[in-house]
Design a protein around this ligand. Structure first.
Ligand code: URA
Length: 209
């Protein structure tokens, strides 16, 4: 069974409240998405491997630890996932970044891949899939299928708001993938929007509506 981790912090709650506010404009919305992504990156990366190294302080040699650039991949799902990448890269600047583009087939409602560029040697990396809204869970589950097909073995999902329906789909299809979210909201509406949610994250990040 995968883990659902609700990252509970007063600053995240504060920023999420401004994200939910329908009057928050795209500039502030983008800044807040990145700030929440930075704060969450701290928790999401708790399990990443470190390499022991020797370091000399001004006083004496001692043991230190570094994170190898080879050990982390961030993979945003286009397009809303892009909004979280700068914020996460502030915390893990050494991460490699891949991209997965999916659209929903209007007839079958299945997620179809239209773009995929992933870092090399994915199997060696701690892969953080990034999408602010875990709604039906179909695109996240499809993105995890793609990551696994490319060799990824250690995958976590970082979102900002999750719906119980999406969490359930992830737990059914990918019980090995832990889901990190800033909030577990109530449900999906008939159009697949998260309630209460924050609306369409992509439109609000890029000002397309
Ligand atoms: N995607 C969004 O951007 N918002 C939702 O509420 C659901 C999916």
């Amino acid at each position: 069974m995968s883990n659902l981790v609700v990252v509970n912090h007063p600053l995240i709650k504060h920023k999420l409240t401004h994200l939910r506010n329908k009057n928050t404009d795209p500039k502030l919305f983008r800044e807040l998405v990145n700030e929440v992504a930075s704060l969450m990156a701290y928790e999401v990366t708790r399990e990443i491997p470190v390499i022991p190294v020797d370091v000399e302080t001004p006083l004496m040699p001692t043991r230190g630890y570094i994170v190898s650039p080879e050990s982390i991949a961030l993979v945003p799902i286009l397009r809303a996932g892009l909004g979280m990448i700068d914020g996460m890269m502030r915390i893990v600047p050494m991460a490699r970044v891949g991209h997965i583009g999916l659209y929903r087939d209007p007839k079958t409602l299945q997620a179809i891949e239209y773009y995929c560029k992933l870092p090399e040697r994915l199997a060696e990396k701690f892969v953080i899939l990034v999408d602010p809204m875990l709604a039906t869970g179909h695109s996240s589950a499809a993105a995890v299928d793609i990551l696994k097909k490319h060799g990824a073995t250690k995958i976590v999902l970082n979102c900002i708001i999750a719906a119980p329906e999406g969490v359930e789909v992830m737990q059914e299809k990918h019980p090995d993938v832990d889901v990190y979210t800033a909030s577990l909201d109530t449900r999906l509406n008939e159009k697949g929007y998260i309630i209460p949610g924050l609306g369409d994250a992509g439109d609000r990040i890029f000002g397309t509506k």
